[in-house]
Design a protein around this ligand. Structure first.
Ligand code: PMP
Ligand code: GLU
Length: 397
């Protein structure tokens, strides 16, 4: 008896397992600073929680249409219009978080052996999701000098007749890089010319800190590119709703119908109460959401400055999302606390075991020599975590 080849290939989500390990140590009474998971520390805004409580009291507790309640699909379509994206409610499918939206999207477009171009550094689950649908992840290494953005030349090089899709994630996890409209136009031209799909993961679209930069959805750049793009978004990050599990796809009707069919036979609709909460998130007061954004910006400025003041460490100021991607290559090749630092996993291990700071080593994101610090945590933890990282470097180098 043997598990499927697919199951044997899939690794546990490194961000989630690292965070679980940090929380386990915390539960044991160790004062661990958890910079691992990208999970906002804020409570879900009150008006959203109240909408959920009302849904329970109104007995809104039965199956809903499997693609989501119409009002929520319509509210998403209205929201996307503000980004210059014209979708009908029927083009939107509400799923169990954007991770599930991605799985749905790839299930709808991927045949065994189809190649999916994934620019690295990439969010750790992409490659495994592609593997889960028997696709082939094709990793393209972006350059730090290019602010970790993929160029069309690199895409041309990665393209083969088996290429089916390309993933664009802007703002990006783990680097915080944000593509400009001009850059996306070139990528859109490439996708249209090669006749491939684009999966555009825009879950951090509300979390952009630079006044000069606006989020652009690649799907907004013309009918040809919109037709072949599946936009992915969710409520976890901007509304601090990680546990509620609400995300969605926006796509052409053929894909949306295929996704809805897949979902109807796998998870059915998502939780009815969470749908009411998400509806309030879109339609209700955004005061708390705006405060969160300001606080993230403040935290970003603080942690980026603190890390740049520490000798041997460097990072690029992230323009969006809530991660700082720190180059640790100058720490490698030395033994510290009995561990030979050969790669960023070794650095993360010493930080966790000896300094009680949990960070994600960059192998999870398809590149070497970086660690990812999530600053979606309290200022107290950010200050303390930065102090500990400084101590680690100053004591050992
Ligand atoms: N995409 C990106 C880029 C992410 O960082 C995450 C992590 N939360 C997700 C998708 C999935 O988020 P969720 O399933 O909570 O909506
Ligand atoms: N996406 C978040 C992260 O990168 C949460 C964990 C996960 O969904 O994998 O940390």
């Amino acid at each position: 008896m043997k598990l499927s080849d697919m199951a044997l290939k899939i690794r546990p989500s490194s961000t989630l397992s690292l965070s679980a390990e940090a929380n386990r140590r915390r539960d044991e009474g160790i004062d661990v600073i958890n910079f691992s998971a990208g999970e906002p520390d804020f409570n879900t805004p009150e008006n959203i929680k109240e909408a959920a409580i009302k849904a329970v009291n109104d007995n809104f507790t039965k199956y809903t249409p499997y693609a989501g309640i119409y009002e929520l699909r319509a509210a998403v379509a209205d929201e996307l219009k503000k980004e210059g994206l014209e979708y009908e409610p029927e083009d939107i499918v509400i799923s169990n978080g954007s991770k599930h939206a991605l799985k749905n999207a790839f299930s709808a477009i991927t045949d065994p052996g189809d190649e999916v171009i994934i620019p690295a550094p990439y969010w750790n689950s992409y490659a495994d999701i592609v593997n889960m649908v028997y696709g082939v992840p094709v990793i393209v290494q972006t350059k730090k000098e290019n602010l970790f953005k993929v160029s069309v030349d690199q895409l041309e090089e990665a393209y083969t007749p088996n290429t089916k899709a390309l993933i664009i994630n802007s703002p990006n996890n783990p680097t915080g890089t944000v593509y400009s409209k001009g850059e996306l136009e070139k990528i859109a031209d490439f996708a249209v010319r090669k006749d491939i799909y684009v999966i555009s993961d825009e879950i951090y679209r509300r979390l952009i800190y630079s006044r000069k930069l606006r989020h652009t959805s690649i799907a907004s750049l013309g009918d040809d590119i919109k037709e072949r793009t599946i936009v992915i978004d969710g409520f976890s990050k901007s509304f601090s709703m990680t546990g509620w599990r609400v995300g969605y796809t926006a796509s052409n009707r053929e894909i949306a119908d295929a996704i809805a069919n897949i979902q109807s036979n796998s998870t059915s609709n998502i939780n009815s109460i969470a749908q009411m909460a998400a509806l309030e998130a879109l339609k209700g007061d955004k005061g708390e959401v705006e405060l969160m954004l300001k606080e993230f910006q403040h935290r970003r400025d603080f942690i980026a400055q603190r890390i740049s003041d520490i000798p041997l460490l460097s990072s690029i100021l992230p323009k969006g999302a809530f991660y700082l991607f720190v180059d640790v290559s100058k720490l490698l090749g030395k033994e510290v606390k009995g561990v030979m630092l050969n790669n960023s996993s070794d650095v993360a291990k010493v930080l966790l075991d000896s300094y009680n700071v949990a960070v994600v080593p960059s192998d999870a994101f398809g590149v070497s020599n970086y660690i990812r610090i999530s600053y979606a945590t309290s200022m107290r933890d950010i200050v303390e975590g930065a102090n500990r990282i400084e101590k680690f470097v100053k004591q050992n180098f």
